[in-house]
Structure formats: C-alpha cells, structure tokens
Design a protein around this ligand. Structure first.
Ligand code: NAP
Length: 275
C-alpha cells in the first residue's frame, strides 16, 4: 500500500518554484500575492499566516490586506477592484467565507480571472466548465497534482467523488473529465451510497465528517483521496476511516495529504499565471 505523501509533493513543487522566482529576480522581476482578509476569523488568519510563511520560503512577496468587519461593502468592492488593476500584484487570494453581512459574490467576482489564483470567481468557474484556460480551485487541483506526481492516471478510470461543493466536488468533476475519467458525484441525497463508492477506482471523500468512509464502501485496491479536515478526540482527521484505508492500493493521509499541497499551488498560480 502506498501513502500518497502531500508534503513530499509540496516540497518538490516549492523547490522548482523557488528556482523560478530566483531566476525572475535576476531580470528584476517579482511576483506578489495579495491576501484579502475581512474580519477576525481565527481560521482565516491562521491560514493567511501559513500562506505568507510558505511564500516567504520560496521568495515570493505577499501583501496582507486586512479589513475590519464594519467596512462597507462598496469599500471592499473598490479595494478588490484596485488590487485587480494593480500591475504590481500577480494574484489575489480572498479568505472565504466573508462575514455573512456581505454579498460575497459581488466582492469576490471583482477579481479578474488572471489573478484569481484559487479559482473562486464565477468567471473562473464558468471558464473551467467551458473547457477554457482558467485557474481551478487549488484543493481540486491538488488532487490531480498528487495523482500525477505519483504516476496514477485518470484516463478511463471511474472516479467517485463524495461531495458536490463549489470548491471541491464540482471543479474536481471537470478536472477529472478533462483527463478522460468517468466521474460520478455523490451527495447527501444519494441513495445506496456504498454500492456506488464500491465501484470507484479512485474514491474522493470531501464530506467533512470524521471516518465517514467505512471499509465496506471501498473496493479492494482502490485509490482513496481524503480531502476532509475534521477534529476528533483532539486530533485532525480526514473523512476516511483507518479500516477503509487498509483496503486501498494508495491513499492520502490526513494531515499531510491533499491539504499539504494546496497553498503551494496557490503560490504556483501567482508565479506562473494561467497555463
Ligand atoms: P461542504 O460544502 O460542506 O460539502 C460537503 C459535501 O458533502 C456536500 O456536497 C454534502 O452533500 C456532502 N455530504 C454531507 N453528508 C453526506 C452524506 N451523509 N452522504 C453523502 N454526502 C454527504 O464541504 P467542503 O467545503 O466541500 O469541504 C469538505 C471537507 O473538505 C471538509 O472537511 C473541509 O474542511 C475539507 N476541505 C479541505 C480543504 C483542504 O485544503 N485540504 C479545502 C476545502 C475543504 P449536499 O450537497 O447534499 O449537502
């Protein structure tokens, strides 16, 4: 059984990215990522700090744009639009969800697709659906990156995704289709879930419930991708139970799997642009 080590994948990508940014610097060029944070949500602040740390480690500049929760919506719209126009900024990462009183779509959709490094705008989502070049949400892209880097092909394989969120399930559906996989999406209203998940060559869990995927839901020798991040008994755990991982040919651990790759891909997007 292979453990698909996200930390290793991230380290390899960071090494290349760091070399690329060093090379750019020789020609007086830099890349700068703007982190757009509204309010004082602790998880968002921690995530922003970890992205800043990762950026510093590869030699990318960041600018932290923090707004108090009482900031007017029009002001936030103006701020994002300005970042979108600023020639100095190569990527914008808004930390979502924004506080409830804001029309999140109105603010986020002011990010131009070329700077939407986590594929969060309606424009990027539409481009992805239309098969045009765009940034995809980095959690979904991390799944493809980890599979690619471990030599696991999607062509002709049956991928079953549990979860249909805009950040994970839906974009991943398109990324897998692009690689010629056959894809099934399941959700809370899916009937006889285990019968469907047992057909998966590659099973992706993005549910947000600790140990949700049981051993009887997995085909022997399947590849399991665990996207879930849950707290249970004081520990961070995924959506897949330990017994289920025992049946897999390969699986991503939590922590140290998909989650370990995401911020590196955000930095790559800010550095390389849409590819
Ligand atoms: P979400 O928006 O809450 O979506 C959860 C999905 O699971 C929904 O589609 C829901 O179905 C489905 N679901 C819930 N109960 C189910 C059941 N009993 N049977 C089948 N499907 C069920 O969550 P998310 O944002 O996609 O995140 C999912 C997990 O991934 C969370 O643990 C989150 O923390 C983690 N995550 C990790 C990263 C990372 O960087 N590693 C990034 C994003 C998210 P309905 O649509 O019918 O409600």
């Amino acid at each position: 059984m292979t453990i698909l080590d996200g930390k290793k994948t991230a380290a390899l990508h960071k090494e290349k990215l760091s070399a690329y940014l060093k090379e750019l610097k020789k020609y007086g060029k830099t890349r700068k990522l703007a982190l757009f944070l509204v309010g004082s949500d602790e998880a968002s602040a921690l995530y922003a700090a970890s992205v800043q740390k990762a950026a510093a480690a590869v030699g990318m500049e960041t600018v932290l744009c923090v707004y108090e929760e009482r900031t007017g919506e029009d002001e936030l719209v103006r701020a994002v639009s300005e970042l979108s126009r600023c020639g100095d900024i190569s990527g914008i990462l808004p930390f979502l969800p924004l506080p409830k009183q804001y029309d999140e779509r109105r603010i986020v959709d002011c990010i131009v697709p070329e700077k939407d490094v986590d594929g969060q705008t309606a424009a990027s989502q539409g481009y992805l659906l239309a098969g045009r070049k765009a940034f995809a949400p980095c959690t979904a892209r991390a799944v493809i990156t980890v599979l690619d880097d471990n030599g696991i092909t999607l062509h002709g394989r049956h991928v079953v995704i549990i979860g249909r969120s805009t950040v994970v399930g839906k974009p991943l559906l398109h990324l897998c289709l692009k690689r010629d996989a056959t894809v099934t999406i399941c959700h809370s209203k899916t009937k006889d879930l285990a019968r469907i998940t047992r057909q998966a060559d590659i099973l992706v869990a993005a549910v947000g419930k600790a140990g949700f995927v049981r051993a009887d839901m997995v085909k022997d020798g399947a590849v399991i991708i665990d996207i879930g991040i849950n707290r249970a008994d004081g520990k961070t755990v995924g959506d897949v139970s330990e017994e289920a991982t025992q049946k897999a040919a390969a699986y991503t651990p939590v922590p140290g799997g998909i989650g370990a790759v995401v911020s590196t891909l955000i930095l790559e997007n800010a550095a390389y642009g849409i590819q």
